[in-house]
Write a protein that binds this ligand. Structure first.
Ligand SMILES: Nc1ncnc2c1ncn2[C@@H]1O[C@H](COP(=O)(O)OP(=O)(O)OP(=O)(O)O)[C@@H](O)[C@H]1O
Length: 302
């Protein structure tokens, strides 16, 4: 399966939010969709699923183009689900009834939802009314509803909102499991380090397009990464070309061209100067984010 988006332009009135967006996603992928607030992540989901009209462009899934006809939109809604908004939950229904409802709408094979409930640690509260749920309990319910719907394409907007670290880890591992069924999952999130735990590729969205994509598996450049105040930068000596100093505290020094002894020496110096962890590896989503969106606060040191 593929999801192919071509030259998609989306406007609210005269305000063009996204212009000529292009991307192609193969099945069995989780894409992290990343951008500052107000860039257009939710708008992109809304447009692909046709909750809002698109002004130009095409959406093709598995070779079929889905146009703006009611027949196409109905067919699209059978294969794409959008993470429910907590406001859409029915306060006087219990969690089980919500999960059953999503399963029954999308799933003819009446998938067993008990496994989902247990996997998401919801047994103790799923039969209680939603009005008794905390934010994190509601969020897990919304996630369980999508898993029960089990569609080929899933848009997950801010799924980690309100989840504690244990539940963030739980949801991340369930995402990795369901991806294996050949799904296309797009997750919009501001938890950048967490995205590195499950996303295969990150799309950095810009006012105009998918500005940059990053695939950790294909990243070959290794960096020494650590935190250091501006006043201590001089103690690292002459830094190699393409060293990044991001957000006035984060340093990423490329190791290409450095011998092992030099790499070890820099690592040791950085460990002495840094109060946080120092590591060796490729740039992560967080570092790419700072490089792309906070460009004026980062600079190459040479
Ligand atoms: N219904 C609407 N009418 C008019 N403008 C809208 C509407 N919804 C969103 N916008 C505008 O579209 C732009 C993109 O908003 P969107 O909600 O898609 O951003 P986002 O990247 O999802 O942000 P966040 O990270 O805050 O969720 C913003 O400028 C916003 O003001």
């Amino acid at each position: 399966m593929t999801l192919d988006v071509r030259n998609l332009t989306i406007k609210y009135g005269d305000h063009t939010v996204l212009s000529e967006v292009n991307f192609n996603i193969e099945d069995g992928s989780i894409i992290g969709l990343v951008a500052p607030n107000g860039t257009g992540k939710t708008t992109l989901f809304n447009a692909i699923i046709r909750f809002i009209p698109i002004h130009e462009g095409s959406i093709t899934i598995d070779g079929r183009e889905y146009k703006n006809t009611s027949k196409d939109i109905k067919a699209l809604h059978k294969i794409v689900t959008f993470f429910p908004d907590q406001a859409e939950l029915y306060e006087d229904f219990n969690g089980y009834e919500h999960i059953e409802m999503y399963r029954d709408i999308w799933n003819k094979d009446k998938k067993n939802i008990d496994d989902i409930i247990t996997r998401l640690n919801m047994d103790s509260y799923v039969k209680n009314k939603v009005k008794t749920y905390s934010l994190g309990m509601r969020q897990r319910l919304c996630f369980a509803m999508m898993i029960a719907a089990n569609t080929k394409v899933m848009f997950m907007d801010e799924i980690m909102n309100g989840l504690d670290p244990v539940n963030v880890e739980l949801v991340s591992s369930v995402l990795r499991e369901i991806k294996e069924d050949g799904k296309i999952i797009i997750v919009a999130s501001h938890l950048l380090d967490n995205l590195d735990e499950y996303a295969d590729e990150i799309f950095f969205l810009d006012q105009k397009d998918v500005y940059y994509t990053y695939n950790r598996e294909k990243e070959t450049d290794e960096y020494i990464k650590g935190f250091i105040g501006k006043e201590n930068l001089g103690q690292l000596g002459t830094l190699p070309e393409h060293t990044l100093y991001l957000n006035n505290d984060r340093i990423c020094i490329p190791t290409s061209g450095l011998d092992r002894d030099t790499v070890n020496a820099v690592l040791n110096t950085l460990r002495d100067l840094s109060d946080r962890s120092v590591s060796l590896g490729p740039l992560g989503t967080n570092e790419h984010y700072l490089r792309i969106y906070k460009g004026e606060q980062s600079h190459e040191t040479s």
